[in-house]
Design a protein around this ligand. Sequence first.
Ligand code: URA
Length: 429
Amino acid sequence: IHATSVIATKRDGAELTTPQIDWVVDAYTRGDVAPEQMSSLLMAIVLRGMTRREIDDWTRAMIDSGTRMDFSGLRRGGAVLPTVDKHSTGGVGDKITLPLAPVVASFGVAVPQLSGRGLGHTGGTLDKLESIPGWRADLTTAEMHAQLENVGAVICAAGADLAPADRKLYALRDVTGTVESVPLIASSIMSKKIAEGTGALVLDVKVGSGAFLPDEALARQLAQTMVSLGVDAGVRTTALLTDMDSPLGLTAGNAVEVAESLEVLAGGGPSDVVELTIALAREMLDAAGVLDADPAAALADGSAMDTWRAMITAQGGDPDAPLPRAPHTDDVTAQTSGYVHRIDARAVGDAAWLLGAGRSRPGEAVQASAGVVMHAKPGDRISAGSPLFTLHTQTPERFDAARARLDEAAVILPDSPSAIRPIVLDRIG
Ligand code: URA
């Protein structure tokens, strides 16, 4: 088997064999297939697609590139702890993991939330949490197990040995225009989740301008593919199809999203963030076999906040320390009076990234205090000249680019919108 023959097979629209897939994923991980060869193959996969058998093989080859974790022995007070994880396909203002993991853990379920860093216009859960002074993302397996047994929730980075093929492929896809593909996204996410060894998994599949696959039919196909990959691997898997046409909540960035999550944990916060947190918590608790739980009560009575504080403290963070604030802010004001019909999630995500909340090169540091704070949601009335967005950054020379990106982000019309799209569009699985 040679790289060029594997590339030619897919280029010409034929099905890759199991030995071809095993060989190319392994050889690329070891450095025997060059990045330019793998990027050519990836582009052929984006254009030609993959059969379900090829996706199964590709996912298994990525799992086999590393080691599997095992949480089946977790115990508290002698009883076995069920495990359940959530994964989002990536969005703007998607801070849901922050309130969600403590809510679910407060019902006696272990939540091993292996999370990622920002990618393109989407934010990363680890980048957001690192704005909390002292908090660290890297834990040993023993530390993870201890925290799951003692606190119930852990949000941390995946170890280097969890699906290393995906880590390498992901970095390559990010810079070669090959992220947007159902087989590649499904195998990337599910290889990590199956290797992680969670008992149950709830997928939050985003639809709309801020999603990697904005089109609803493709997002649905992605959800169905991931659910069946999970179920076939023995993981109880369901998916919610959720709206990502407008950003979630009123913040996109790092520390600003932590602050908003704290409002939700304190029983307040924007209604869309609360609604999605509760919907996903219900799914996760059902999947873990906890049927009589009321996630809204955990937000109202402070039990989710108690778990959050224990989780942050266990990872070296100070839950009482003030969050970093940007030294420079600038307002973007509404040009006309009327009702907000739409705030384009992609434009807000790009603006937050331009302000320094994300990276332009792998490994670059992000600005903890950078981001966009919104002052209106779809359905709200706004008058000309009042602030629509406040931009936060450490580097004010970035304001112009971010302002330009937000120029047409908000659609304001004289009449109120007849209907606001619901957050949860469908459930699959
Ligand atoms: N998140 C992932 O982990 N992989 C993808 O391909 C897209 C989003």
